[in-house]
Design a protein around this ligand. Sequence first.
Ligand SMILES: Cc1ncc(COP(=O)(O)O)c(C=O)c1O
Length: 352
Amino acid sequence: MVTRLVDLRSDTVTKPSEAMRAAMADAEVDDAVLGDDPTAFRLEFQMAQIMGKEAALFVPSGTMGNLISVLTHCDIRGSEVILGDNSHIHIYENGGISTIGGVHARTVKNNKDGTMDINLIESAIRDPAGTLVYPTTRLICLENSQANCGGRCLSVEYTDRVGELAKNHGLKLHIDGARIFNASVALGVPVHRLVEAADSVSVCLSKGLGAPVGSVIVGSKSFIAKAKILRKTLGGGMRQVGILCAAALVAIQENVAKLVDDHRKAKMLAEGLCQIKGFQVDVDAVETNIIYVDIVEGSNITAEKLCKNLKQHGILAFPEGPLSIRLVLHYQISESDVQYTLSCIQTIAAGF
Ligand SMILES: Cc1ncc(COP(=O)(O)O)c(C=O)c1O
């Protein structure tokens, strides 16, 4: 029986460290809905500073952070948002912006590197002269890093150009920054500079940063004041939330510096996989902690079978299609876990 567990399904699977659990046990708390929780206040203050924005708000999840942000910017019926066709908001958030918010989505193709062509974004902006028939464009959303494109990073130059475009057309810019710290570290650009052009950013604490629960949205004071009302509407106003914020403060303190290692290990895993017959990885595209692995056509195995086989070795991964799997690194995966994974895949491949 295998006792080793190497969980590569996502960076959401990390378990709170001892330091996080201790901070949670000691957290000073009060009612956050009433605005009285000192630990939530500390986290929000710190995150606003780090992100270079006026204010911040703790929310239960990245999905709620994006939903609140889009709905806050698009608070007039008939609003439209321009976003990537491969973006998390569009694909994996239950269409909440339309089902709950009545916001119409206009997608633009995401390129392999996670960008959308600026000219395509511009031509997707509705002509205000046509409001009799068109929805009204109010928002552009970017995602950085772009998860479904393999954790690719959007550069500061690109983000600035989209911000400029938004401004020129009187639109707002929201960034789904679930993994914005990964992008910042990989690009070597301070996170506040990377999001300078954005009116709002949703940042996940429970992905690469390793906190057990939560996200933070940041923006102007007036944006956050409106967002707070929507958080309550959606049932996201939680009470003694300082328990969770205490773990997040430890995560920010201890884990941002570890992201560079996650990226290095992801590269190591990607390079190792390329050496194994039957597998292909675009190593250059591995910029952060996400790897898409293709099984070469004609190999005698499917992604589903491979994942089942890996599970028998204690390695967990998600199939992404009939011949593709996704592996995600995080700070609780060691270099030895990477070597173990490679040797198990080598063994499995030998039996194809
Ligand atoms: C890019 C991106 N945005 C948003 C989310 C949503 O976060 P949550 O799972 O906390 O709702 C995820 C989750 O994996 C994500 O990868």
